[in-house]
Design a protein around this ligand. Structure first.
Ligand code: ADE
Length: 247
């Protein structure tokens, strides 16, 4: 899979993508990455990419021409890229969206800076993603979030193939992941739940399921509505949420 990024600060991607798990996946050919400097598609001496908004108001907007021309050029070589923009006004990026992108051959991330982008540029977008309800100074961090979450789904990206499956948001259950522990079994007065030391796989599975429901009720009660729970579990979830409201 090929990821590309168009940005006025194209140098910010490599330090992250060449390190640790992403770096290993890059070196082993799980994905490829190319960054482009948007200023390479300007035609003035100052390599201007922004201008004042029509109608007035604070800040500068990214001009349409450099982005249109860059996408014409980049897109004319190779398979048609799936073009992704980033904005707090976009649709919320989630695990489903990551799974959908993981099926694409080529994803081009267009990273805006300044106060925003001329609206006409969005006609080029296949997706516009927000990574959360807060405002960043640009789309580069959002692009890295998207690339990381997609790459780890690609075959061979993680050492252990199973580890991208049984986790929060990927489970069919729609619940957060259960709590996990490693050695030592007792640390600073905190003990690992006894059942996890028992070796009884049935009891461990049961505990994990209950723990996932408890954690979801506590931290993400909004997910419980659409989680797949049997009637007993749903009753338990309701109970936990009522208890939580008392906090
Ligand atoms: N650009 C600025 N803020 C953003 C956000 N929250 N998500 C995606 N892109 C952004």
């Amino acid at each position: 899979m090929l990821f590309e990024a168009l940005s006025v600060i194209p140098e910010v991607f490599s330090p992250y993508l060449e390190t640790s798990i992403m770096g290993r996946a890059l070196r082993s050919g799980v994905f490829e990455f190319r960054a482009y400097d948007l200023r390479d598609w300007t035609h003035d001496r100052h390599r201007t990419v922004d201008d004042a908004p029509f109608g007035g108001g604070p800040g500068m907007l990214m001009k349409p021409a450099p982005i249109f021309e860059a996408l014409d050029d980049i897109g004319s070589k190779g398979p048609r890229p799936h073009v992704v923009f980033f904005s707090p006004c976009g649709t919320r990026f989630d695990q489903r969206a990551a799974e959908r992108l993981a099926d694409k051959e080529r994803v081009l991330c267009v990273c805006g800076r300044y106060e925003g982008i001329d609206e006409r540029v969005y006609t080029l977008a296949d997706d516009v993603f927000s990574i959360g309800d807060y405002v960043l100074t640009g789309g580069e961090l959002a692009a890295l979030v998207v690339i990381d979450s997609v790459v780890r789904l690609l075959p061979g990206a993680l050492g252990d193939e199973a580890s991208s499956v049984d986790e929060s948001f990927s489970q069919d259950s729609g619940l957060l992941e259960y709590a996990q522990y490693t050695r030592p079994s007792s640390y600073r007065g905190m003990d690992v739940p006894e059942v996890l030391l028992s070796g009884d796989h049935g009891r461990v599975a049961q505990w994990r399921r209950e723990n996932a429901i408890e954690r979801t009720a506590r931290w993400r009660p909004d997910l419980l509505e659409s989680a797949r729970l049997d009637p007993n579990e749903r009753a338990r979830a309701r109970e936990l949420m009522l208890e939580g409201e008392g906090d």
